[in-house]
Design a protein around this ligand. Structure first.
Ligand code: F6R
Length: 357
């Protein structure tokens, strides 16, 4: 039930800190360490390459998952759009392992790949919010998101839950390998939950920014680099699918190779800055578009923020920044859509789970 909330989407955005804490609790063992089943660890560490397969928002969390699997577990990882993989599979190595990311566990495009993978005899894991769903039943392993039912068509808490579970999984694999990645995942996910709360408590301010930057615009851009680029793709999807503002998520450095031609007086460009190694480069890209008339709005993490940035996010571990930065972008999409008078929870042409290919 959405209770006092006007829309499920806002309720589900609000639930994200609790979902983060719930995931920690569900994956914690008696000694307080985050664990996944031992046979899953063994199967994944035997792989020479991991293939993440997903659609839409789940595909976007897959990119963050690739970062974690490569950084924490040191296994080369590829991310695939399911409908592309089906008809144009990549050249596979000897021991691939497949990870299906699907909130509903019912997405036909993803299932089609799982059916093939099983025919080929390769091991698979489904990460899903729905216990007993088709992709959960058909894969060798399942990890649950523990996010509670997601009703709004636009996915919010399932995205952050997927990223958190991928972080837990990658951390567990890294621990088994004896890597000290210098991250206390239990502690850092707790810090993320608290930081999410601070952003959500300040939601009215994001509503004001949506009114300043997004009214009467036909198009918009989100830009970032690295993990901030992956969040930009998701932020753009969220904004376009419910507000119908044509939005692209772009690697900040790539704009100048063509797309910058679309920047004109007043074009909104929303930039995400949380990664120290690329922060100054993204700042440079912001200047490039600003000098061509863009209306720039900067979401930056404390420590990398400038005083006049529009949104300054509390500091969290940089690897977990996507969990936090996506929240104000979800709120931007929500408020921009409210202002346009559309049904936030039921965008046109879309269904909650896509069971046709
Ligand atoms: C966007 C959205 C969709 C889904 C996609 C995959 O907000 O919800 O892009 O992410 O249809 O759905 P699942 O994760 O259920 O396989």
């Amino acid at each position: 039930e959405k209770g006092t909330y006007p829309y499920y989407m806002l309720k589900e955005i609000d639930e994200q800190p609790a979902v983060m804490r719930n995931i920690v609790q569900k994956y914690q063992n008696e000694e307080g360490r985050l664990t996944v089943p031992e046979d899953l660890v063994t199967a994944m560490l035997a792989a020479d390459r991991i293939h993440i397969v997903a659609c839409g928002t789940s595909y976007h969390s897959g990119w963050v998952g690739k970062h974690y699997l490569e950084k924490f577990a040191q296994i080369p990882t590829e991310v695939h759009v399911a409908s592309e993989f089906s008809y144009n599979p990549p050249l596979l190595t000897g021991n691939p392992f497949f990870v299906f990311l699907t909130q509903s566990g019912e997405t036909a495009d993803s299932r089609q790949v799982l059916v093939k993978v099983k025919e080929w005899g390769y091991p698979s894991l489904t990460i899903t919010n729905v216990a007993g769903s088709t992709l959960s039943r058909e894969a060798d392993f399942t990890l649950l998101l523990h996010a509670g039912p997601e009703i709004a068509v636009a996915s919010t808490k399932a995205y952050t839950a997927q990223i958190a579970v991928l972080a837990v999984l990658s951390d567990a694999l890294g621990a088994k390998l004896g890597h000290d990645m210098g991250i206390n995942m239990v502690r850092e996910l707790g810090i993320v939950a608290t930081a999410m709360e601070a952003v959500i408590d300040d939601k009215e301010r994001i509503g004001e920014l949506a009114n300043i930057y997004l009214p009467n615009t036909r198009n918009a851009f989100y830009i970032g680099r690295g993990l901030d680029y992956y969040v930009s793709m998701e932020a753009a999807l969220k904004l376009k699918e419910i507000s119908y503002i044509q939005t692209e998520g772009f690697a900040a450095g790539e704009l100048k190779h063509g797309t910058i031609a679309l920047i004109e007086e007043g074009t909104p460009v929303l930039a995400i800055i949380t990664q120290a190694n690329v922060a100054s480069h993204t700042r440079g890209n912001i200047e490039e578009v600003r000098s061509r008339g863009a209306n720039t709005c900067v979401f930056a993490m404390e420590g990398l923020a400038h005083d006049n940035d529009q949104v300054i996010l509390p500091a969290v571990h940089p690897a977990l920044a996507p969990l936090l930065t996506v929240v104000p972008t979800q709120l931007m999409a929500y408020y921009a859509t409210l202002a346009r008078g559309y049904d936030v929870d039921k965008p046109r042409n879309l269904a909650k789970s896509v069971t046709v290919e």
